[in-house]
Write a protein that binds this ligand. Structure first.
Ligand SMILES: [Zn+2]
Length: 421
């Protein structure tokens, strides 16, 4: 297991995968917090506010700590497995379960302390911390903003693994000074091992691990570009994922042992799960960065279609003829005072057979303009995407600050611009 690892958003219960490339889904995957777009990987990429991450089990330092419902199931399984592994060292089955349960609780406490240290450093830099999520595979701190500088990114990321190693050192100090025996000794030994593993594993230099964030900070510092840092660290993460999958085969070869036992299968499965976790997280980081790079190009004014005003009763065929003559690609229905009241839906127009168009009023294919469908022509980037996400529609009316109509924004144009097609 990899306590302390940071699960990508895609694995989060209740959240929708953000694999597609429409601006709306990108907005969900990138800046769910209503903030600015961020290139940072999963830790700064909180789920939508409506998701239910689980049950709050405490609020250390005022930070709510959530566990997912299936966490209890997995934790119980860990207890059972660990109890059976204690058969040689602890007598009595009840005692074995007590010891195993104590170990699992202490283990997740270690994970929590690891996450809290990320949060404390982040807060010291003025970055708001939303919550901590505990997963069977580890913990996840939701910090709502990207650190302002590479140095701060490095410190926020490094704090977790550092504290895990400090906990291991403390355990070692207890053993050396107090020389505990029996069950306390078994527990401390296991905790030292677990914290060393958590600390070292998280220092592997690939996203979404802490070490990957530290690598990202380094590349960011060298190139001056946080996006370049993310891409480099994400590919390093993918390389680590592939290397982890290769580990069992390497061991098999070096042992010259072709007979795989049951334990080998379990280990291979674990490595596979961890490798998949890293691969998905790294991919998520790359995707978020690509999204961010495209955002500045999304400007309502540049994407606008020229529109002509028409009365609702105008036959569709005539409306299309007028639009072609004016080289316009959108039809805005206006009332008697020339005030826009609706936008003709392009999809509905295309779906209307040519021979029927003279007999249909343009107004019949229009969507009434409510205030959320009227956007400023000055909108761009994330603000534009969020405006579109707030009121999903196929067309929007773009107006100048003076109130004058500038044109029509078609969501399909926005999608194309976003996807780079
Ligand atoms: Zn961490």
């Amino acid at each position: 297991m990899i306590p302390g690892g940071q699960p990508p958003q895609d694995q989060e219960p209740g959240s929708t995968p953000t694999g597609s490339t429409t601006p709306v889904s990108a907005a969900q995957g990138n800046a769910r917090n209503g903030g600015t777009p961020r290139a940072g990987p999963a830790r700064q990429d909180p789920p939508p506010p409506d998701s239910r991450p689980g049950i709050v089990i405490g609020r250390p330092l005022g930070i709510p700590v959530y566990v997912s419902p299936y966490w209890f199931l997995i934790a119980a399984l860990f207890v059972v497995f660990y109890a059976s592994s204690l058969k040689g060292s602890v007598h009595g089955s009840t005692m074995r379960y007590v010891v195993a349960a104590a170990f699992v609780v202490l283990l997740y406490l270690s994970v929590l302390i690891h996450e809290l240290s990320h949060c404390v450093v982040a807060r010291a830099f003025g970055l708001p911390v939303r919550r901590i999520l505990l997963y069977p595979l580890g913990g996840f701190s939701e910090i709502e903003q990207e650190p302002q500088t590479p140095a701060r990114e490095f410190l926020v990321s490094g704090a977790g693994p550092l504290l895990s190693l400090v906990l291991a050192a403390l355990g070692y100090a207890v053993i050396v000074t107090l020389e505990p025996a029996g069950i306390p000794r078994i527990l401390i030994d296991q905790l030292i091992l677990a914290n060393v593993l958590v600390g070292i594993f998280n220092l592997l230099p690939g996203l979404p691990l802490d070490g990957g964030r530290m690598l990202r900070a380094g590349v960011w510092k060298l190139t001056g570009k946080s996006g370049t840092g993310t891409i480099a660290a994400a590919w390093a993460g993918r390389a680590i994922a592939v290397a982890l999958l290769a580990v069992p085969f390497g061991l098999e070869l070096s042992n010259g042992n072709g007979s795989g036992s049951g334990t080998d299968v379990v280990n291979v499965l674990w490595l596979g799960v961890i490798a998949a976790f890293i691969w998905v997280g790294a991919g998520q980081s790359i995707r978020v960065t690509r999204v961010r790079e495209r955002l500045p190009g999304l400007q309502a004014r540049r994407l606008a279609r020229r529109a002509i005003p028409i009365p609702a009763s105008l036959p569709l065929a005539e409306a299309i003829r007028r639009a072609d003559a004016a080289q316009a690609r959108a039809l805005v229905i206006v009332d008697h005072q020339d005030t826009p009241i609706a936008i003709v839906n392009e999809t509905a127009v295309i779906a209307t057979p040519e021979q029927r168009r003279p007999w249909i009023e343009a107004g019949a294919l229009a969507r009434t303009l409510d205030p959320s469908l009227v956007l400023s022509a000055d909108l761009s980037g994330m603000a534009l995407i969020e405006a579109v996400r707030r009121a999903p529609a196929s067309e929007y009316l773009l107006i100048e600050p003076s109130g004058q109509v500038f044109g029509v924004l078609a969501t399909s144009d926005l999608d194309h611009a976003f996807a780079g097609t």
